[in-house]
Design a binder for this molecule. Structure first.
Ligand code: BJW
Length: 243
């Protein structure tokens, strides 16, 4: 299926959904999870690192990994793909629902609003255990990670780790968008993590589902079209206005 065909589908679609994954931000310089795994944490799978058990076992290491990622994300910028989505939303209010697995905040920084962030936000913290009165009474003590001075409760990144529920209202809104869209673009995800990947499968039943990815993904077989290319190259071509 060609780019022109998918552009035609987009023109005819009243309800568009876009589901993005780590590949969306790759051209901004943010590493993906399952592509080339280099650097300090190369020997860990995200499944082993992004869990509450890993944090409880070694909060300092996990906190440092997130601190490194926070610093890295602060130094990058949205790419042409993020910007193409945001501009489309601005030109067509209410027509495109943006669902992301990414925690980097780059869609918002590109100007997208009402982003359904399935896996939370990298720059936010929350309490590891339900906060007691003491946790809320005073600012947490600095540390790696910061902690409640009275009870020792730890601050943790406000992201969704394996085995944790996604924010229910965010997942419900994403599910509704997937089940009612005419077309979903699935950009830069390997399609192995659920329930996010299930949204793409639901969209393929509701309407058309198009994968945008330079490499093979688990969702290719279900897609109505697969566009082989990168987010920053293809999204501007897909979402730009007709001349
Ligand atoms: C480009 C590109 C370019 C490169 N342009 N593309 C059903 C079946 C099996 C298992 C499960 C299931 N349902 C639930 C599960 C368990 C589990 C799961 O899915 N496991 C699988 C791995 C097997 N899911 C969960 O645990 C979820 N919770 C849950 O289900 O709760 C239910 C529950 C019920 C009862 C009790 C308790 C709970 C939670 C999942 C949380 C995922 N969290 C992470 C970490 C977030 C925080 C952080 O950032 O540290 O989210 S893991 C990691 O994977 C991150 C990502 O959002 C997520 C997806 O990865 P993504 O985005 O697809 O990235 P990659 O690297 O895999 O792929 C990149 C792609 O980009 C590649 O395809 C490239 O080719 C492409 N690319 N450059 C476009 N320039």
């Amino acid at each position: 299926m060609t780019l022109g065909t998918v552009r035609g589908w987009l023109r005819g679609a009243n309800r568009i959904a876009v589901l993005t994954g780590a590949g969306m931000s790759a051209e901004s310089g943010v590493p993906t999870f399952r592509d080339a795994q280099t650097g300090l944490w190369a020997r860990f799978r995200p499944e082993d690192l992004a869990t509450e058990a890993a944090f409880r076992a070694n909060p300092g290491n996990v906190w440092d990994w997130y601190a490194m990622r926070r610093q890295m994300v602060a130094g990058v910028a949205p790419n042409a793909g993020h910007i193409a989505i945001a501009r489309f939303q601005q030109r067509h209010p209410g027509r495109l629902t943006l669902i992301t697995q990414n925690v980097d905040g780059l869609h918002e920084r590109a100007g997208s609003t009402s982003v359904l962030a399935l896996h939370g936000r990298l720059l936010d913290d929350k309490w590891l255990d339900p906060p007691r009165a003491c946790c809320l009474a005073q600012p947490p003590l600095d540390g790696r990670p910061p902690r409640c001075a009275a009870c020792g409760n730890l601050r943790r990144p406000a992201v969704v780790w394996f085995g944790e529920m996604l924010p229910p209202e965010v997942l419900a809104a994403a599910d509704e968008a997937a089940r009612t869209c005419d077309l979903m673009l699935v950009v830069g995800t390997s399609g192995v993590v659920y329930p996010a990947a299930g949204l793409a499968r639901a969209a393929a039943t509701a309407g058309r589902m198009v994968v945008v990815n330079p490499e093979a993904s688990e969702l290719d077989d279900t897609a109505h079209a697969v566009l082989r290319g990168t987010a920053a190259t293809l999204l501007p071509q897909l979402l730009q206005e007709e001349p």
